[in-house]
Design a protein around this ligand. Structure first.
Ligand code: NAP
Length: 545
């Protein structure tokens, strides 16, 4: 049976909840969960409101009355909650499912027996009564006694559906949730809460989960990390995910702001590739990167096929490829020379044998492609690079390799010096050169590249105040045929590009670089040309123009 999409609705007013359920049905959800715990505040008896929801629901429903001690809002007595369930299971037209916490069964002797007895004794019902969904939640972490919990769940045959949800503390928690799905003995829901758990929610159909939850609106999620219905269906193409879907993503920290999932998922759809691309948050540090990437690569069922890698893990990816002995690695020479990689391709995966992977640095192509489209040659061209971080390094190495003369200007002079020394050591004494430059020296450059975040929306300096990484006098002093290249891609037109355009200079925006590097990644993963204009349109749409 295909994995269902269930929209949870925190019920404040039953009529509004039914309107939301109508909307969920119109947006192709198959199930709604009415969280009625919010109705039972103080002494209010909301039984009739629950009856109304069950009777009028436009979709099959789960009724959940989550107590405060299990992360919900219900603070009434267990006896009253039990009476509600007894009543619901004996209705002529009962809800399709009732959620009962395993901890409730354990806390109150006879809890489950009474619900089952009421269901068995029901009179005049047209079917055998609602299915009981037995749930386990941990809002802090993976339950320490997970395997004991699983055996308790499995030892009871009353619950027809099992649900496990815990706060994922790293991507590796998803792999364990998938393992539980693969070992299930009945329909099972296994979800990671929070940012790290998104993978378990999106890939639920790959592992045949019973359902996944998706919120109707941005602000109506009932658990941390729940995607919206819109994201699940349109961004992640949930309906096309199946057991064979290959998994890609972007590893970084933070990574939620990345637009790469939007452009790569749209591109996969355009060429009908059975693949999905996810944000893959991995906290700072070599150890967390190594452990997570190793687990993704080792998992025999995930079909992890490759990823983009961004700040702060680009150096870590290269190091992983150099140190990992479990697979055969090919390292693209340009990644080696830059000292960082941003793309991983899983080439072959052999069960019981060694897989083959490769790493690349497509930022180099992102810099070179737009310049090659505008200049006949880069040989001997004077190029000023502002910045000495990762992007500046990719630019300096790839342009120096192409024969350009590199001038590096950076806020911290020592970093500029060490980048120049790195380039000169790579090139050897007779091929081109790199040197540290004062801002005034940049006037002689044919190309000027901003490789700092200055001008980025909401970033250092901000775009709002017209911040530029160089002053206006330096722009004035450039030759008429100069090219100004800003690697910042949000906004599309930074103050620097605006200033260059006003002076009649040729400009290149960071979006062209972003799409050029993403297109090369796409080709490496799929062996097919990327739908570049579609990717550019999606990038514009998702970054506000
Ligand atoms: P990074 O390694 O952190 O380096 C940042 C560089 O910018 C450093 O040289 C830093 O100088 C300088 N800097 C930071 N804030 C500054 C400020 N307020 N004033 C002057 N200089 C400042 O970052 P990165 O990976 O190189 O990325 C830099 C930028 O490149 C990103 O923000 C992004 O916009 C762009 N980028 C674009 C693409 C694309 O595809 N379009 C790809 C990669 C990067 P210090 O050395 O003094 O700290």
């Amino acid at each position: 049976m295909p994995t269902l999409i269930c929209v949870p609705i925190m019920v404040e007013n039953p009529h509004e909840a039914l309107d939301d359920a109508m909307l969920a049905r119109a947006k192709s959800a198959e199930l709604v969960e009415y969280r009625v715990d919010s109705l039972f505040k103080g002494d209010i008896d909301s039984t009739s409101a629950v009856d109304l929801l069950v009777a009028e629901s436009p979709l099959p429903c789960i009724i959940t009355c989550r107590p405060a001690w299990e992360g919900g809002q219900y603070e009434g007595s267990e006896e009253a909650r039990l009476a509600l369930f007894e009543r619901l299971v004996s209705l002529d037209h009962p809800p399709r499912y009732i959620d009962i916490e395993l901890s409730a069964i354990e806390r109150t002797p006879g809890f489950l027996d009474r619900v089952v007895a009421a269901r068995t004794n029901r009179q005049g019902g047209q079917n055998s009564g609602p299915t009981l969904l037995i749930s386990v939640h941990d809002f802090a972490q993976r339950p320490a006694d997970l395997y004991k919990t699983m055996s308790k769940l499995r030892s009871s045959d009353t619950g027809r559906v099992h649900k496990l949800a815990w706060r994922a503390r790293s991507l590796r928690d998803n792999l364990e949730l998938f393992e539980l799905l693969r070992e299930r003995d009945r329909p099972t829901i296994a979800l990671g809460m929070g940012e790290f758990g998104l993978m378990s929610r999106v890939l639920a159909p790959k592992f045949n989960a019973f359902l996944t939850f998706a919120s109707l609106r941005d602000d109506s999620a009932t658990a941390p990390g729940q995607p919206t219905l819109e994201e699940l269906l349109n961004l992640y193409r949930f309906r096309s995910i199946n057991a064979k879907t290959r998994v890609f993503g972007v590893i970084g920290w933070p990574v939620a702001q990345s637009r790469s999932p939007h452009i790569h998922n749209a591109a996969f759809e355009a060429i009908e590739e059975n693949a999905v691309y996810l944000p893959l948050p991995v906290i700072e540090g070599w150890e967390s990167f190594k452990a997570t990437l190793g687990a993704l690569l080792d998992d025999p069922h995930l079909d992890f096929a490759g990823c983009s890698v961004t700040i702060p893990h680009k150096e870590h990816l290269l190091r992983f490829a150099q140190e990992d002995r479990s697979r055969d690695w090919a390292i693209d020479p340009i990644a080696q020379r830059i000292g960082a990689a941003n793309t991983l391709v899983v080439r072959t995966r052999k069960s019981g044998g060694r897989g083959e992977c490769s790493v690349h640095n497509t930022d180099a192509e992102g810099i070179l492609a737009p310049l090659r489209a505008r200049l006949d040659t880069l040989e001997g061209v004077r190029i000023g690079i502002i910045g000495a971080g990762g992007a500046a390094r990719a630019a300096a190495v790839s342009l120096a390799d192409a024969g350009a003369t590199i001038l590096i200007h950076n806020r911290s002079r020592d970093r500029a010096e060490s980048l120049a020394a790195h380039i000169n050591a790579l090139l050897g004494p007779h091929e081109g050169s790199a040197s540290v430059a004062h801002q005034g020296d940049l006037a002689s450059c044919r190309v000027l590249i901003n490789a700092t975040p200055v001008g980025m929306a909401g970033g250092a300096g901000g775009d709002e105040d017209g911040a530029m990484a160089i002053d206006a006098a330096t722009l004035d002093s450039l030759g008429k045929d100069a090219i100004v290249f800003d690697t910042v891609y949000n906004p599309a037109e930074t103050a620097l590009l605006r200033g260059a355009g006003e002076r009649g200079l040729t400009t290149i925006g960071g979006r062209e670089m972003f799409i050029a590097q993403a297109a090369l990644q796409f080709r490496l993963w799929t062996g097919r040309g990327a739908p570049v204009s579609l990717m550019s349109r999606i990038l514009d749409e998702t970054t506000g123009g």
